[in-house]
Design a protein around this ligand. Structure first.
Ligand SMILES: [Zn+2]
Length: 280
């Protein structure tokens, strides 16, 4: 999906102001619950990504409001609605956020199973040929588990061995991968990298560390040209909180404890980030 020109112009025009707007103070945090409304996101056996992202974001927002003094939370959505990506960017940029946290739930790709169930004989010219009969089924249940975070970068910087290769099915199936052959993409990503990449990697790393401390599988911080991150003129990270098509993780992410722990990991990551950045 090509990023829209309007978003690009908005983005570029905001960069000079951002560096000096709030200095190193973290006073506004934008929380983006992935998907919503007509866009359900990934589907589990009994729940949807859009429901889990909203539940986690609400808990996280409450934690920040209750415990992080002087920090304002801005939500891109608080109900089951679907703001487009440019709308989410507009909310974040108009609020002049210091940090953009997009919460998502992972799902691995469908697996195709082919099972030999018998043979049939068919005529090929004068010959009779035996042909195998397969039953094809698709299985979307996975044993993949754990969390990962994404920051904005061009795909060619993206270390494939850290995701698709190593974990087999750990592939972000999020919307809005930017077209890397578009020169505009290169400009946007380069501008973004210069301004926000270091801090984006920092917040991603600090959140992932917290998941690790909780005993979750930590797949680390990866880089992708994700449009959801490109349009907001502030450091940002997309957090994949677990696999909805792993039955155990789906139950966990729907549980009170699971949602609390996930929100707490992100909260603690933000707190550590705030401490580090404000100390600089
Ligand atoms: Zn998602």
């Amino acid at each position: 999906m090509r990023i829209r020109i309007i978003t690009f112009l908005l983005f570029i025009s905001l960069i000079p102001g951002i560096a000096t707007a709030n200095g190193n103070r973290i006073t506004k945090i934008v929380l983006d619950a992935g998907h919503g409304g007509k866009d359900a996101g990934a589907k589990g056996q009994f729940s949807l990504e859009k429901e889990l992202t909203l539940a986690i974001v609400k808990r996280l927002g409450k934690m920040i409001n209750d415990s992080m003094r002087g920090v304002q939370v801005i939500y891109t959505r608080t109900t089951d609605e679907y703001p487009t990506l440019p709308e989410r960017h507009r909310i974040a940029n108009e609020a002049k956020g210091d940090l953009f946290i997009s919460v998502h739930i992972n799902s691995s790709a469908m697996k195709k199973h082919r099972e030999l169930v018998g043979y049939r004989t068919v005529k090929k010219g004068k010959k009779k040929v035996k042909q195998p009969i397969y039953k094809v089924t698709y299985n979307n249940v996975t044993t993949a588990s754990g969390t990962e975070s994404y920051v904005l970068a061009l795909h060619r910087n993206y270390q494939k061995q850290n995701s698709i290769g190593e974990y087999g099915e750990t592939v972000a199936e999020e919307p809005g991968l930017m077209d890397e052959n578009d020169p505009m993409t290169a400009i946007i990503v380069a501008q973004y990298a210069q301004a926000f990449q270091e801090r984006s990697i920092k917040i991603g790393t600090l959140i992932q560390n917290q998941f690790g401390y909780q005993g979750r599988l930590d797949h680390g911080v990866k880089q992708l040209p994700l449009e959801v991150l490109a349009g907001s003129a502030m450091p940002g990270v997309l957090v994949e909180c677990g696999f909805i098509n792993n039955p155990d993780e789906e139950v966990y992410m729907n549980s009170e404890r699971g949602q609390y722990e996930i929100a707490l990991a992100i909260y603690r990551g933000i707190k550590a980030y705030k401490y580090e950045v404000e100390g600089q």
